[in-house]
Design a protein around this ligand. Structure first.
Ligand code: SAM
Length: 276
């Protein structure tokens, strides 16, 4: 019988955010695959867990993926963790999950912290329709291109960003998306947790005066929908149709009644008035 691959979420700052289930699964795993074994060993030691560790990160994922799949095929249970939060979310793991699924190996998620959802939950922004856009490209040209491509998106946009690029990214957002409402969620679950809320222009001003440090997620409200032009008033519609000379009075009344939803008698009375 093959083993099970567990995708285990770990805290994004506050160690109390580990779940009881995550601790049990990690304690019972035959092997823990970690993005950075030194980093994860500290977490495991904190919780008194001592299990064999192996590395699994972006640059060794092909080779290590095969090794981990072999272990799973041999019946071992493997837990995948990353440095913080949920594996596969802007973190390594997706290829391993894909290959495990293809090989008929059971994949079990152990849910927990995720910076995007944590930021969203306390942002105060409408949460019914959002789009996770992950990291923007580092290079400004590409970054602006990506932002342009998202400009018409009707969903709330959630980005991850390195503190080094926050200010540049906010500026590019202002240029490409306009002066939208944003929330910068900083150092979530940590001592200096902070939510900066406001228009892009205001947050840029703040960031110019005071460096935004630590880890951040940026939430950007959707494009404001252009106001629909008012439906022309019944009187105006009627006068347009009557003046065109293409419709009889009766047909003009019929069309305006159906376009405005008004009572036919009211439209007819107005038509008679206009005809004198
Ligand atoms: N897999 C992780 C998750 O589930 O959120 C994300 C990993 S990604 C490599 C790291 C990025 O997530 C950071 O650059 C930052 O944008 C965001 N992030 C992680 N921890 C955070 C925190 N405590 N506060 C704000 N953002 C955080």
């Amino acid at each position: 019988m093959p083993g099970t691959l567990y995708i285990v979420a770990t805290p994004i700052g506050n160690l109390e955010d580990i779940t009881l289930r995550a601790l049990r699964v990690l304690k019972e795993a035959d092997l823990i695959a970690a993005e950075d074994t030194r980093h994860s060993r500290k977490l495991l030691t904190h919780f008194g867990i001592s299990r064999p560790l192996t590395s699994y990160f972006d640059h060794n994922k092909d080779l290590k993926g095969e090794f981990i799949l072999e272990r799973l095929q041999q019946g071992q249970n493997v837990a995948l963790v990353t440095d913080a939060g949920t594996p596969c979310i802007s973190d390594p793991g997706y290829q391993l999950v894909r290959d495990a699924v293809a090989a008929g190996i059971a994949v079990v998620p152990i849910p927990g912290a995720c910076a995007a959802i944590t930021a969203l939950s306390a942002s105060g922004l409408a949460t019914d329709y959002f789009s996770f856009a992950g990291f923007l490209p580092n290079r400004q040209g590409k970054r602006r291109e990506r932002l342009q491509s998202l400009a018409g998106e009707r969903a709330l946009l959630i980005f991850y960003e390195s503190p080094k690029r926050v200010l540049a990214t906010l500026r590019d957002m202002l240029e490409t998306l306009g002066d939208r409402q944003v929330v910068v969620a900083r150092e979530l679950t940590k001592l200096y947790e902070e939510f900066l809320r406001g228009r892009l222009s205001a947050l840029i001003e703040q960031a110019e005066q005071r460096e935004i440090r630590g880890e951040v997620a940026i939430l950007v409200t959707p494009a404001e929908q252009p106001e629909l032009p008012d439906t022309p008033a019944m009187e105006e519609l009627l006068s347009r149709y009557l003046a065109s000379g293409e419709l009889s009075l009766k047909d003009a009344v019929k069309r305006v009644t159906s376009e405005t939803g008004l009572a036919k008698s009211a439209v007819y009375a107005e038509a008679l008035r206009q005809k004198g």
